[in-house]
Design a protein around this ligand. Sequence first.
Ligand code: ADP
Ligand code: MG
Length: 252
Amino acid sequence: MADSVSEQRSRPAADAADPATALRCERVAREYSRGRDSLFSRGGDAPTVRALDGVSLSIATGEFVAIAGPSGSGKSTLLHLLAALDTPTTGDVTVAGTDVRSLSSRQRTTLRRDTIGIVFQHFHLLPALSARGNVALPLIERGVSKRDRRARADELLEQVGLGDRAGHKPGELSGGEQQRVAIARALVSDPAVLIADEPTGELDTETGQRVLDYIEQTASERAVVVATHDDHVIDRADRVIRLRDGIVVSDA
Ligand code: ADP
Ligand code: MG
């Protein structure tokens, strides 16, 4: 994969009909209700927060995109939509050519399982399982045999430099190691899209850089989208989409 990276990294023109377009948003808005009992809702109109407001973007296979912006600017909301964990209030989100709003919740689950790997800031590993067990988990619902799951998990752990830690539980691993297990788990099904929400947010600079190395290495063969505050991530991305108050203020 290494040799084709620089070619593929030149920014492709992305279009929904183009098979290279992995992710697309068109005039997407997402509103949250404040909730009936909220402080903000007493006696007023139906109170909503507009977390995203008219976001349009396309991301192609082979791109490594950072979503930057201050806290509360809508980064996580956008990632949830791109990961088909959520649907927009208005507008369209297309993942690997499929309009997410046209899917039932069950179909969205299948789309996520087959197409998307997700990495969270707080790792979200199961504490009772070994690193290998955590990485192999997504393969169970895909019906992969135990033997093949184990072999595939070990292969992925090897790739993220944790071949000798496969039997350790998350509690026995450092933060950076846990995040690399989470990356291995996100990639175990070889998804077309990798989405990471502040993956280096809990890590010191050096550990964060190492985690970033693994994310970057995988970007030539899929679309990678990372929400971040971290300048190291922003510096290494092919493209930076900046959000402010739910609006794209720059995309370059
Ligand atoms: P970021 O990830 O950039 O910090 P978020 O997408 O988490 O931003 O949040 C964007 C805005 O939407 C913020 O004003 C936040 O308070 C609001 N918000 C996010 N999630 C919810 C929710 N589940 N319910 C209500 N408001 C929310
Ligand atoms: Mg966030």
